[in-house]
Write a protein that binds this ligand. Structure first.
Ligand SMILES: [Zn+2]
Length: 247
């Protein structure tokens, strides 16, 4: 825990406190901007991933349609083959010698007919599938087009925001460096150690009537008395952050 700092003769503690408060304000702003600068590229990636996902879905449906078309061509070939078979058997009807052979060929012809009906039904089912898939593709492509336009607009806005955040960050870091130079090296080192160790908050204002705003612990009446004149840098006894009186 940091100890109370007794100001050296002529040391302007109130001035130092004002600088520390200013520094804390800038560091809090920098932390927020750094968070934004890290988050925005993830947002951009998320927007892109959503559009990519839709694009993949369209491609997947197109692949299914291609497969269904290929299946249909194969079935149409089967249909041709079955027609050739039937003609062959029908030709045999005129060559057979016995009734037994005749009825055997008729049975073959009946089988080929049934096979043809089955294939035609399968082709019909595939045709219906084509229609459904083609409809789904048309709808998904329209949705994709809208999503691409929306995604591009969102990404543009996010990139502009990121640019603004980065510019603000550069200015704020430069301001911060200027303010930090106004502090004695040892006080700046104490402040930065607290900043790192206490979640980015090295200074805590007193929440009236008697709470540390950093850790919500009650400040003892004695410490409150010491704080009131604000002529020493006093740490919270619980969290070690420098306490200051609200303006
Ligand atoms: Zn505290």
């Amino acid at each position: 825990m940091a100890t109370a700092r007794v100001p050296a003769p002529g040391e302007d503690l109130d001035g130092q406190l004002r600088i520390l408060i200013e520094l804390q304000t800038l560091d809090t702003k920098i932390a927020g901007l750094e968070g934004e600068a890290a988050r925005l590229p993830q947002e951009i990636a998320r927007v892109r991933a959503e559009v990519d996902e839709m694009r993949n879905q369209v491609a997947g449906t197109k692949t299914k349609l291609d497969a269904a078309r290929k299946d249909t061509r194969a079935k149409e070939k089967d249909l041709d083959d079955s027609q050739v078979k039937r003609q062959k058997f029908e030709g045999q009807l005129y060559q057979v010698k016995t009734n037994k052979e005749y009825s055997a060929v008729l049975t073959e012809i009946e089988e080929v007919k049934q096979q043809k009906a089955r294939i035609e039904e399968e082709i019909l089912t595939l045709m219906e599938r084509h229609e459904r898939l083609a409809g789904a593709i048309k709808e998904a492509e329209a949705q994709l087009k809208a999503a691409e336009a929306q995604g591009a607009a969102e990404e543009k806005a996010l990139r502009e925001k990121l640019g603004a955040v980065e510019a603000d960050l550069a200015v704020t870091r430069s301001d911060r460096a200027g303010v930090a130079r106004e502090l004695p090296v040892n006080i700046l080192a104490d402040y930065e150690r607290l900043l790192r160790g206490r979640g980015g908050l090295a200074l805590a204002v007193v929440t009236m009537p008697n709470l540390c705003s950093g850790c919500r612990m009650t400040i003892t009446p004695q410490r409150l008395q010491e704080l009131k004149p604000q002529n020493t840098l006093l740490p919270c006894e619980a969290c070690g952050r420098y306490l200051y009186w609200p303006a």
